[in-house]
Ligand binder design. Structure first.
Ligand code: PLZ
Length: 454
């Protein structure tokens, strides 16, 4: 096979004719509920590009939603997963176990925050990991309530839909939802009514008040939070908020669960985003970046909490599949060898610098935020037209139409970007951590041009 050229190359319009044919087949054969952001059908991918059936090569600022951090088909992932495929594909770890599962658990104990004794259990998807974290916390505390936050996203299964804040598209028509789930405010600095400087303190006070007055802290099994709200719009909780909530959990015997499914495995410039505020969660859920694109997820945490579930209480046919585990071992090897936390920090520097320049020029950019290779811009309505023909400042009114139009313009130019946000008004960027700086800058040029044309 020829080397995949690290270049953007457009030979048809996007999507091209072959992709359009496949899209028609998709529409006939695949349920409508399974949506598609950009209907180019991919044949090969790696580094910072995706190649499609029409011969186009697109720059990837999505990583399949923060999954291919080590790049698509990363050498060590392919090598180890292929060898495993040839040896055996499945035994079910609960029936006859294998070493790769144990080795992944050992790596998780070493890499996740805190130097206490840790154990892990492996699953197939992020949602499954979050569900199991809740099961484990309930078994350990013998309590039932679960606290989650505004703008939170935790999955699409019944319990994780209940944990997820946003109705459309995740929950609409799919209820009733699991009980004993309580939502409290998140410290969202850009939208905090009394100002970003008051946000951490006031949001924590409100959240804790609601927990103590409406639920009773002694009834709460777990507080589940993303260190940066991903689907909610890459909201970094105001500094100080996460430590306050972690402290409150500790004082009240509540299991503090960090959902690092999107933020984890080098994405934000650390192995885990919790590290930036020195937080040591009791349990941490991981998935996405862990295995370079193979389906794997984990719950890792304090050994005494993880061991609270009775033998046979946790598992599943495929959880910790040997091929996925081998992929994870290859991905972790790559992250260490290439120092991907440092690569993520460098990507963050470049992106934040360029996007802040765009923010100065265009008043529809309300906020630029994020860490490492998890960066977003929040779009707002422009200020009112002034008599002299100019615009009067910025509003904070969410502008979902601009996010959609900008994403569409980027797609047409061969740049894969995603949207997010409770208000649908966030453009988010999640490039593979191995993307070349030339491609990164070319992608940023396309974004800037899209603003200019809008
Ligand atoms: N927790 C923090 O980001 C998955 C969702 C895409 P699964 N995010 C992408 C979509 O629209 O379905 C996610 C996450 C956080 C949990 C999950 C769920 O992980 O592997 O998609 O189940």
């Amino acid at each position: 096979m020829t080397e995949l050229a690290q270049e953007r190359r457009l030979v048809t319009s996007i999507p091209g004719p072959k992709s359009q044919e496949l899209l028609a087949r998709k529409s006939a054969a695949v349920a409508n509920g399974v949506g598609v952001t950009l209907p180019v059908f991919v044949t090969r991918a790696g580094g910072g590009v995706l190649e499609d059936v029409d011969g186009n090569s697109l720059i990837d600022f999505g990583s399949g939603i923060a999954v291919t951090s080590v790049g698509n088909s990363a050498e060590a992932v392919v090598r180890r997963a292929s060898a495993q495929l040839a040896d055996f594909t499945h035994t079910c770890f609960m029936v006859t176990p294998y070493e790769e599962y144990v080795e992944v658990a050992e790596h998780l104990a070493e890499l996740t925050p805190g130097d206490h004794a840790k154990k892990s259990a492996l699953f197939n998807s992020g949602a499954e990991a979050v569900e199991n974290a809740v099961k484990i916390a309930r078994a350990y505390t013998k309590r039932t309530a679960v606290v989650v936050f505004d703008h939170g996203y935790h999955g699409r299964t019944n319990l994780t839909m209940a944990l997820t804040a946003k109705n459309m598209p995740y929950k609409e028509g799919f209820g009733p939802f699991a009980p004993e789930v309580y939502r409290v405010p998140l410290a969202y600095p850009y939208r905090w009514l009394t100002g970003a400087e008051n946000c951490a303190e006031e949001a924590a006070t409100q959240a804790i008040d609601q927990i103590t007055k409406q639920i009773g802290a002694h009834n709460v099994a777990a507080i589940v939070i993303e260190p940066i709200a991903g689907e909610g719009g890459f909201i970094e909780p105001a500094k100080g908020f996460l430590p306050r909530m972690a402290e409150f959990a500790k004082e009240n015997g509540i299991v503090f669960v960090a959902d690092e499914i999107q933020t984890g495995f080098c994405r934000t410039g650390q192995w885990f985003a919790c590290e930036d505020e020195g937080i040591v969660p009791d349990l941490i859920t991981t998935a996405k970046g862990i295995a370079g694109g193979l389906p794997l997820a984990a719950v890792t945490g304090r050994a005494e909490i993880m061991d609270a579930a009775h033998p046979g209480g946790l598992g599943g046919t495929y959880g910790g599949n040997p091929v996925a585990c081998a992929g994870a071992l290859g991905a972790i090897e790559t992250m260490k060898e290439l120092d991907l936390p440092a690569k993520a920090r460098r990507i963050g520097e470049i992106m934040l610098g360029r996007l802040r320049g765009i923010q100065e020029k265009f008043e529809i950019v309300g906020d630029v935020r994020g860490r490492g290779a998890m960066i977003a811009i929040e779009l707002v309505e422009p200020g009112p037209l002034l008599p002299e023909g100019g615009r009067g400042g910025r509003t904070k009114t969410p502008n979902a139409a601009a996010a959609a139009a900008l994403a569409k313009a980027c797609h047409a130019e061969g740049l894969v970007v995603l949207t997010a946000g409770t208000y649908g008004n966030v453009l988010r960027f999640l490039p593979p951590l191995v993307i070349g700086e030339d491609l990164l800058n070319e992608g940023l040029d396309i974004i800037e041009e899209a603003f200019t044309r809008l």
